[in-house]
Design a protein. Structure first.
Length: 408
């Protein structure tokens, strides 16, 4: 049999989806699984976007422009200009989701072996993107004790080497739900400017900031040639399956390189772009209502977690995630047990183990990421299950430990 690639063998599996086989078996047994593991909102996509599918009047779904449809890019430019300083049409390319925007950015800004400094925990799939592009991620670890606030500028500078090419942030944060302040971003900007680095920022959750105002790095003065922003309609408009994202940068060399990769894949999904344009044209009231709903869920989830004995948590400032530390030694084993062994009235929950969001995995060994993408009614049931399951699992582990000692 031919030998597969070493690159493929070394590619890590997404921790967000790693427990899917267990969830699938549970469902086959008739168990209802509440999904808190993945950022798939239950909120409806804008009605105008769904209606636009019926209005798609092309008789042939043709190739489009590699940089994305002009009509969509114009709408996105207007959206940005409503929120940040001037953006030109040439500063925006449409991609097949934020995933492609990240990959194209890494391919366009880095040579193999170069390094990017990134706060951890971070969106787990960054590991896969860096692996395929030959880029080395260098983590700066943040702590649940501070709500995963941005590490100090000194912590970033200590990681600088002659191979460092960029700092990569996710703001608002996935998986932490943190929001970096304007002052924190300005401190990072000083490092970027001093050492002539790129500043790549994933801003896909920009619309979901609850207590403080969002600061886009596109508004940082003097960094016009340093900043690359990743964006998407997946979360903000609850349109994950449309696979439409964006890369935004005023750096013409970066955008020229990205266009070369965009041409290789020909064009972004044409129907997805049609839906995306309708999303942006019908956004004001929709976004206000969605943000209010996520805020209700955020406050409820934090209240429930705060009352659970031994559980360490914090109030996330943005997005729709919270990292939680549990009074157990192995969160992956707990998450697996929830799907394989635990049932409460024929129901259970699925969460994402925390270690997959770290390169220093020991920091996340006792943590889970919870996505509050379910309504309050479902979230209440899920938290009831979580609280009871945690008590039972601790008892199971204690019993196993006692038996182990008795055999010695």
């Amino acid at each position: 049999m031919p030998k597969v690639s070493q690159r493929g063998d070394e590619m890590t599996q997404s921790p967000i989806r790693s427990l899917i086989p267990y969830a699938r078996r549970a469902k086959e047994e008739g168990v209802q699984v509440y999904h808190l593991n993945i950022g798939q909102p239950d909120i409806e996509t804008p009605a105008a976007a769904i209606a636009s599918l019926n209005d798609y009047d092309h008789t042939v779904i043709e190739y489009g422009a590699s940089e994305g449809a002009t009509d969509l890019r114009e709408v996105v430019r207007d959206y940005y200009c409503d929120n940040v300083s001037q953006i030109d049409l040439s500063d925006i390319y449409v991609t097949t989701g934020a995933s492609e925007a990240i990959s194209f950015t890494l391919f366009s800004c880095f040579d193999s072996g170069e390094e990017v400094i990134i706060p951890e925990p971070f969106y787990a799939n960054y590991i896969g993107f860096s692996h395929t592009s030959g880029v080395r991620l260098v983590p700066v670890t943040s702590s649940i004790d501070t709500g995963f606030s941005l590490p100090s500028p000194k912590a970033f500078e200590q990681q600088l080497t002659d191979k460092t090419k960029a700092i990569f942030l996710c703001n608002p944060g996935n998986p932490t739900g943190n929001l970096y302040s304007a002052n924190e971003l300005r401190e990072i900007a000083k490092i970027v400017k001093k050492h002539d680095l790129f500043l790549i920022v994933d801003e896909v959750y920009r619309e979901f900031c609850y207590d403080d105002q969002f600061q886009s790095v596109l508004d940082l003065k003097g960094l016009e040639d340093h900043v690359v922003v990743i964006d998407s309609i997946s979360k903000v408009f609850s349109a994950c399956g449309s696979r439409i994202g964006f890369v935004v940068s005023r750096n013409k060399s970066v955008m020229n390189n990205i266009l070369k990769y965009a041409q290789l894949r020909l064009c972004p999904p044409m129907i997805g772009q049609h839906v995306a344009q309708a999303c942006f044209l019908d956004r004001s009231s929709y976004l206000k209502e969605v943000k209010a709903e996520y805020n209700r869920r955020r406050l409820y989830l934090y209240e429930r977690l705060s009352k659970m004995e031994g559980v360490k948590s914090y109030l996330p400032k943005a997005a729709f995630y919270i990292m939680t530390e549990l009074p157990i030694d192995d969160a992956t084993a707990f998450c697996t047990w929830l799907l394989s062994d635990f049932r409460m009235n024929g129901q259970t929950i699925m969460m994402a183990p925390g270690d997959g969001f770290y390169l220093n995995q020991e920091h996340g060994k006792r943590q889970v990421r919870i996505a509050f993408v379910l309504g309050i009614r479902e979230l209440t049931k899920a938290m009831d299950i979580f609280e009871q399951a945690l008590k039972e699992y601790q008892a199971v582990v204690a019993n196993q430990t006692q038996q182990s000692y008795s055999y010695r």
